[in-house]
Design a protein around this ligand. Structure first.
Ligand SMILES: NC(=O)c1ccc[n+]([C@@H]2O[C@H](COP(=O)([O-])OP(=O)(O)OC[C@H]3O[C@@H](n4cnc5c(N)ncnc54)[C@H](O)[C@@H]3O)[C@@H](O)[C@H]2O)c1
Length: 254
């Protein structure tokens, strides 16, 4: 399938996990991809994987901190300008930190909001003019099963993912008449940098994690389980889907 020939996608969180798998998937389907992340080493790994797949000629990388307004304006703004336009934005970058809510500092809370929620807003705001210019732009945001199902010790993270869901619905409505679609994926139980080290407090009550095992497969799934769904959403196969989200968790939260 070559569903993205002639289309440019900006993918954040592109140096690891689901973002990285999405970069490789979009490249394999003919897209020109701007891969953005805060960790240069991760971006280098993504480039090496694209080289192995023979698709690196359509890849550019962009080092950015999505929680910083000036970094987003300079790095993301510059990369879109250089690419000469944008058709798809995948807001994959995010962080997961866990703590007892009554012990959570304001600094900890604000950092999670700054990356996940404000970062999604900043990158979307920067990309919107080019996405609207394209006439059929698509934004794919990252919610989580944490947004609607109780995951203890993750109050700040869950709040950002609920916020991202609401943000997605709002922009879907606001820009629908200009041809923009906005959808969210709500993954769960996916192998990634984040789930390898969720930072659960040492004294956590593990009996509270009643719903962590997928009903299908052999444990956590690989990130390409989500990348394929994102590609469907962002392609013409998803042309009648907007203002909604899809849970991708192997039935963990049925
Ligand atoms: N893995 C899961 O089961 C799961 C479940 C629900 C939601 N998600 C969401 O999926 C998305 C991708 O995460 P993942 O699971 O692949 O984890 P990951 O940790 O492997 O990837 C996240 C990437 O975001 C980057 N990043 C972090 N802060 C950044 C910043 N300030 N600026 C730019 N880049 C930054 C990291 O460097 C990393 O490459 C996240 O939004 C996450 O919340 C994942």
């Amino acid at each position: 399938m070559q569903r993205f020939t002639g289309r440019t996608a900006l993918i954040t969180g592109a140096g690891s996990g689901i973002g990285q798998a999405t970069v490789l998937r979009f490249l394999s389907e003919g897209a020109t991809v701007i891969a953005a992340d805060i960790v240069p080493k991760g971006l280098e790994t993504t480039r090496q994987m694209a080289e192995k797949a023979g698709t690196a000629a359509r890849l550019t990388t962009c080092e950015v901190d999505i929680s910083s307004e000036s970094s987003v304006q300079q790095q993301i703004g510059g990369a879109i300008k250089k690419a000469g336009g944008l058709h798809v934005l995948v807001n994959g970058a995010g962080i997961l930190r866990s703590s007892h809510t009554h012990l959570t500092s304001l600094e900890f809370w604000n950092r999670i909001l700054a990356v996940n929620l404000t970062g999604t807003f900043l990158v979307t705001r920067e990309a919107l003019p080019a996405l609207l210019e394209s006439g059929n732009g698509v934004v794919v945001n990252f919610s989580s099963t944490s947004a609607t199902f109780a995951h203890p010790y993750m109050a700040a993270y869950a709040a950002t993912k609920g916020g991202i869901q609401s943000f997605t619905h709002t922009i879907a409505s606001e820009y629908a008449k200009q041809g923009l679609r906005a959808v969210a994926v709500a993954p769960g139980s996916i192998e990634s940098g984040m789930t390898n080290d969720p930072g659960i407090p040492a004294d956590a009550d593990m009996s509270l994690f009643s719903k962590m095992s997928p009903a299908i497969g052999q444990g956590f799934a690989s990130p390409d389980s989500v990348a394929g769904v994102i590609a469907m959403f962002a392609s013409d196969d998803g042309k009648f889907i907007t203002g909604t989200e899809l849970r991708i968790d192997g039935g963990t939260h049925m």
